[in-house]
Design a protein around this ligand. Structure first.
Ligand code: AOS
Ligand code: ZN
Ligand code: ZN
Length: 431
């Protein structure tokens, strides 16, 4: 049974009030861009093509190891999570797929899950496995690792779980499995660094062998946490080595928060594109570590620089370039739906600005070593207010000019609070 949905009439009503003003802003921006040979319509059409997946766990309030403070009307199961994802898509129109997680989203009937998603207009993106926690009734513990555990029986259990995820994903119409493992060590000497990596490769080979023909496996690296001395797949180097050893279906996934502070992520992205190993992204933002803050909330310029590399790849027609985009954020103090909507728009914003870069000029400045003008060229694009493009793209796709305003006016959260009496444990909050 589907609960309350925002009436499309409310979206239309809101848009009607804002439409004239938006048209004027759009026209003004169009004229401005035209002066430098840019066609606003082409940019808007391109922005409309940009899509990002919502992780099912993202619509619940996140948490830290110190606590979780659930908000009202949180989804209590995957079906309710789908409703919230559909609401995000209804208003922003660039998030038509969800990325499920198992076992958090485990259901009796996978076909029902697929059908319920379809009925809400949603598809499925990469499937996420979980061997970083012990589940109730689980035979062997992952306390000391999963795919890299010293005990072959634990490794076999973890491999089996990943294969089950592939099976579920197949039924859902997904095309990729994302593997993030927490395996590592907290103390020097605790783990034989080379043997742990060998065990990882051995386990991943078995998972790789279970991939359907048209599937990929995304290897997600992370510097630290929960292991604090060493993590087996800590960086893009380890990820790249593993992906290369495994074969063409294995690709490296970049979660923006999974690097040491100030690491040049756009350079990592450029390298992975160059060597055809970029799987895609888990978008978020951070000030310190794996903060999982909203995309673009801390360092929008860095996000823009990442998108600049992505647009370069398209313009330069880099082979095998087809990255998967997902948001991986933990919403601790905001309404997750609001955060995800504004984050999706922040990604579109970075993309639109990257599309505005005068690449011919930039290339000439690079060739002549004109550092200041090269930077200016990027800054000119970054500093352009592309808001009218984003709002127009949304409106043309049937979404809201001002998604937050429509969402708040609708009273969606209060309606869900009434519909979804809470049980204490939502599960899956900490990402
Ligand atoms: C963990 O830090 C990672 O970001 C994971 O991508 C993810 O949040 C987790 O696997 C949930 O499925
Ligand atoms: Zn992630
Ligand atoms: Zn993370």
């Amino acid at each position: 049974m589907t609960g309350y949905r925002i009436d499309d009439g409310l979206v239309a009503e809101h848009n009607a009030v804002l439409e004239a003003e938006l048209a004027a802003d759009y026209e003004h921006l169009g004229a401005k861009l035209a002066r430098s040979g840019r066609d606003i319509e082409a940019i808007t059409a391109e922005v409309q093509r940009f899509k990002v997946a919502v992780p099912t766990w993202g619509v619940g309030t996140g948490g830290t190891r110190f606590g979780r403070f659930p908000g009202p009307g949180e989804p209590r199961n995957v079906f309710e999570k789908l409703e919230d994802c559909a609401t995000i898509q209804q208003l922003v129109r660039c998030a038509p797929t969800v990325s499920p997680h198992f076992p958090w989203d485990r259901v009796e009937d996978v076909t029902e899950l697929k059908e319920r998603a379809q009925a809400l207009g949603l598809g499925f993106d990469a499937v996420n496995s979980n061997t970083f926690q012990d589940q109730r009734g689980q035979k062997l513990s992952y306390k000391f690792g999963s795919l890299t555990h010293t005990d072959p029986a634990v490794r076999a259990q973890a491999v089996q779980h990943n294969i089950e995820c592939i099976e579920i994903g197949r039924k859902l119409g997904s095309k990729a499995l994302t593997v993030w493992i927490a395996d590592g060590a907290n103390f020097p000497g605790q783990q034989h660094l080379t043997k742990a990596f060998e065990r990882y490769l051995d386990s991943m080979r078995q998972i790789y062998a279970a991939l359907p023909e048209d599937w990929s496996v995304f290897l997600e690296h992370k510097l630290y946490e929960p292991a604090f001395y060493t993590t087996v797949i800590a960086d893009w180097g380890s990820s790249y080595l593993a992906a290369t050893a495994l074969g063409p279906k294995a690709l490296c996934l970049v979660d923006l928060g999974h690097h040491a502070p100030n690491v040049n992520i756009e350079q990592i992205v450029a390298r992975l594109i160059q060597f055809e190993k970029l799987a895609g992204f888990h978008f978020n933002d951070s000030k310190y570590g794996d903060d999982d803050l909203d995309s673009g909330s801390i360092d929008p310029f860095r996000l823009f620089l990442v998108f600049h590399e992505l647009v370069n790849a398209v313009v330069e027609q880099r082979p095998g370039f087809a990255p998967a985009y997902m948001m991986d954020q933990s919403h601790n103090v905001t309404d997750p739906i609001e955060s995800l909507m504004s984050s999706a728009i922040a990604l579109q914003r970075a993309y639109a600005k990257a599309l505005l870069v005068d690449r011919d000029a930039l290339s000439a400045y690079q060739e002549s070593n004109d550092a200041i003008m090269a930077l200016e060229t990027l800054k000119r694009a970054f500093e352009t207010d592309v808001g009218p493009i984003l709002a127009t793209a949304r409106m043309r796709a049937g979404g809201a000019i001002d998604p937050l305003a429509v969402y708040r006016t609708s009273g969606y959260r209060a309606r869900k609070d009434a519909e979804r009496p809470q049980t204490p444990n939502l599960g899956g909050g900490i990402v």
